[in-house]
Design a protein around this ligand. Structure first.
Ligand code: ADP
Ligand code: MG
Length: 685
């Protein structure tokens, strides 16, 4: 007997091979199958005579097979044509390369057919996209609102649809409601078994919408429970450490070669307040590229070290970690603070660094996720800073946090999430924004040119270098293969060397050893290298103020967020900077992206543009923002539901702070299986 959590391979019609294919869709149990929601629907409920449709319509018609014909006009193509009778008229149905049709549907079979109508031949002819035998009165693939599912190759709609239908019939009614009744009532949501039925095989459009809304609310509600549980957990903890020091960070402030902007001052005040509090800081620092987040991190680390605490700064790439280590050493070592770079395992000197961290000799550790390896131990980690946090997940942030006892946490990001959305989503974080660039920055002049005019970009580079500035050229990105990326970079490097004989040109790509990369970066920083040809390894954080030209090759291949990040590598000093996008966009969307880049330099405007062009799913994908991926909720469109779900979650938790009462067993299990990260790193587990 099947139950609601049976492994799928025990289902009829699912062997080991099918099971594997389904697993690729994340479907392991009957429950997963029921939660594999349609991505869209086709309304095939309107059955009319074939004659009433016009050329090109998508039609669903009903008929009885009267004759069949098969032809093979050329190799690899076979056409099956059935003649069907409907009332007084006839029509044809056509399949390509489906030779089983003729055998399976002999004269006399009654079929429901969906497809595109071709009226060129007098008798209406339908190119079949879906069909089924009519038995009983309810169709599954036609004659109703039909679900269309996300698929992988080698699985088809018909198979999945049938499987889900069977599963629903056998176990759908066993699905136990776990949302609070009061919530279902308040928002007029269907209970679980009904919602499952209606989301897959809806009675009508309205019931379909209602079912979808239930699952959207369900998903957001569970997420908000997590966010709020985490918040509760952090608030409950009391800091064991204290910041006793003032003089040192003030000295650092005085020694900076610039004055903080008003925005930086405000943020620094907010952070200082957090540090004074007896509860740990948990703050998100947002600021567009180049806004000056690093110096804020340095001040915070300085304050920790001055108070006898250790601080750690985690960056997403070795390149960036290395740069931070250098920059922060320059700032903090004159204050008598010991700073160390901690790189991946197996590196020389690592053991010594680890010992010094464990003994407390090193006060500030900077590194990649190497900082959270098991063998890394701190004497008294009081402060954790995470740079470009969108590159890390909740899990990594929490792992670093766990290296200390309720440390203060500062996470920094350049991903411009609108404030209200950030507040709802990162409910467990306070948000500070640096909404002002340091003074003296001139706008970056941005142009787009076709590949045929790439010479203009080369001319600009030459001119900038002659004036003593430096430049970047970024090469196309081929997501799937670092090898191809590298080839492209090597080739372009060669071509540019020929075009710019007097310049010193460096090359940087992901296949180089860390030390080689560091060497090239250092030379570029020192100015020995004029031009750096690179793959997107320089995307995040790299800071060389003397670089004033950024040329992005095949720019149409990059997303807006990435283009913006890349452009942010220039415009960091007082000289006029330029960005040239080289490429021939073919799609409307790609052209729009180029235009948007030329139009504005404001990260928030670009983010909104990006949302319009690509949809939030992609912009806020896990990789981009460190947020969990939502199955059905849409973070932009479901703003109202987010608010409602948040309210419900807060109300429930205010009465049941840890969700541990037997009454909420089901709810807790759902929550735990849906958002395991929250549970793993909270006291509730
Ligand atoms: P991001 O916010 O992108 O991490 P950075 O911290 O790398 O930006 O800062 C960009 C550049 O601006 C650095 O060269 C930094 O030294 C400089 N900078 C930061 N704050 C100021 C300021 N208040 N005045 C002038 N320059 C500043
Ligand atoms: Mg930065």
């Amino acid at each position: 007997m099947l139950d609601i959590y049976s492994p799928i391979q025990y289902m009829k019609g699912v062997g080991p091979q099918r099971a594997k294919q389904l697993e690729r869709l994340g479907i392991f149990t009957t429950w997963d199958l029921l939660y594999h929601f349609p991505r869209e629907y086709q309304d095939r409920s309107d059955i009319r005579p074939a004659h009433s449709f016009s050329q090109g319509d998508l039609a669903t018609v009903k008929g009885t097979v009267i004759a069949a014909q098969e032809s093979k006009p050329r190799r690899g193509l076979s056409i099956t044509k059935l003649a069907l009778q409907e009332g007084a008229g006839t029509f044809y149905a056509v399949w390509f390369n489906q030779t089983y049709i003729k055998k399976q549907y002999p004269p006399g079979k009654e079929l429901l057919i969906t497809g595109k109508v071709d009226r060129k031949f007098g008798v209406p002819q339908i190119q079949v996209t879906d069909h089924e035998v009519l038995e009983g009165d309810e169709g599954m693939h036609s004659g109703r609102i039909v679900p269309i599912y996300p698929l992988t190759e080698s699985l088809n709609q018909r198979f999945l649809r049938s499987l889900i239908k069977t599963t629903l019939e056998q176990v759908g009614s066993l699905a136990r409601e776990f949302l609070p009744d009061s919530m279902l009532d308040r928002y007029n949501l269907p209970c679980l078994p009904e919602a499952l039925r209606e989301i897959h095989f809806p009675e009508n459009q309205a019931s379909c919408q209602r079912a979808r809304r239930r699952f959207i609310m369900e998903e957001l509600f569970l997420f908000e429970l997590g966010v709020n549980l985490q918040k509760g957990r952090i608030l409950k903890k009391v800091k064991k450490h204290e910041y006793i020091e003032e003089a040192l960070s003030n000295r650092l402030l005085m020694s900076l070669p610039f004055r903080l902007t008003e925005a930086q001052k405000r943020v620094w005040r907010e952070i200082e307040e957090d540090l004074k509090s007896s509860f740990p800081m948990n703050r998100l620092l947002q600021g567009d590229v180049g806004a000056g987040k690093t110096v804020i991190a340095a001040l915070t680390l300085c304050k920790a070290a001055g108070s006898g605490l250790q601080g750690a700064l985690m960056a997403p790439t070795e390149l960036l970690a290395e740069q931070h280590a250098k920059g922060i050493k320059d700032l903090l070592e004159p204050m008598g603070i010991k700073v160390a770079l901690l790189t991946g395992s197996g590196k020389k000197g690592r053991k010594k660094t680890l010992d010094a961290l464990a003994s407390g000799d090193i006060q500030v550790a900077i590194g990649t996720h190497a900082l959270i390896s098991e063998d890394v131990q701190y004497k008294n980690l009081g402060l954790v800073v995470v740079d470009e946090q969108h590159r890390f997940g909740v899990r990594q942030r929490a792992a670093l946090q766990d290296k200390g006892v309720a440390p203060d946490v500062l996470v920094m990001t350049a991903t411009p999430i609108p404030r209200t959305l950030a507040l709802t989503l990162y409910g467990d974080l306070d948000v500070s924004i640096i909404d002002q660039l340091p003074p003296g920055r001139q706008g970056i002049k941005t142009h787009h040119v076709g590949l045929a005019q790439a010479g203009k970009a080369v001319g600009l580079i030459k001119q900038q270098i002659t004036e003593g500035r430096q430049a970047y050229v970024v090469c196309p990105l081929v997501e799937e293969s670092e090898k191809i990326d590298t080839q492209a970079a090597v080739e372009l490097h060669g071509r540019l060397q020929k075009a710019l004989v007097d310049c010193s040109i460096g090359l940087l790509h992901g296949r180089m050893k860390t030390q080689e990369k560091e060497l090239v970066m250092n030379e570029f920083r020192k100015g020995t290298i004029d031009l750096l040809v690179s793959t997107t390894v320089i995307e995040v954080g790299v800071d060389v103020p003397n670089a004033t030209a950024m040329v992005i090759w095949d720019a149409q291949r990059f997303g807006l967020a990435q283009l913006h990040q890349l452009r942010g590598r220039v415009g960091r000093g007082s000289h006029q900077s330029y960005c040239i996008l080289v490429g021939d966009p073919t799609t409307r969307e790609a052209k729009e992206r180029m235009a948007a880049m030329c139009r504005t330099q404001d990260g928030f405007v670009l983010a909104e543009e990006d949302l319009k062009l690509r949809g939030p799913g992609e912009f806020f994908g896990t990789r981009q923002s460190g947020l969990p991926e939502f199955k059905i909720a849409d973070l932009i469109r479901n703003g109202k539901e987010i608010e409602q779900a948040k309210k419900e979650a807060e109300a429930l938790l205010s009465l049941n702070p840890d969700l541990r009462s037997p009454m909420h067993k089901q709810l807790f299990e759902q929550f735990a299986s849906r958002f395991p990260d929250f549970v793993k790193y909270s006291d509730v587990s």
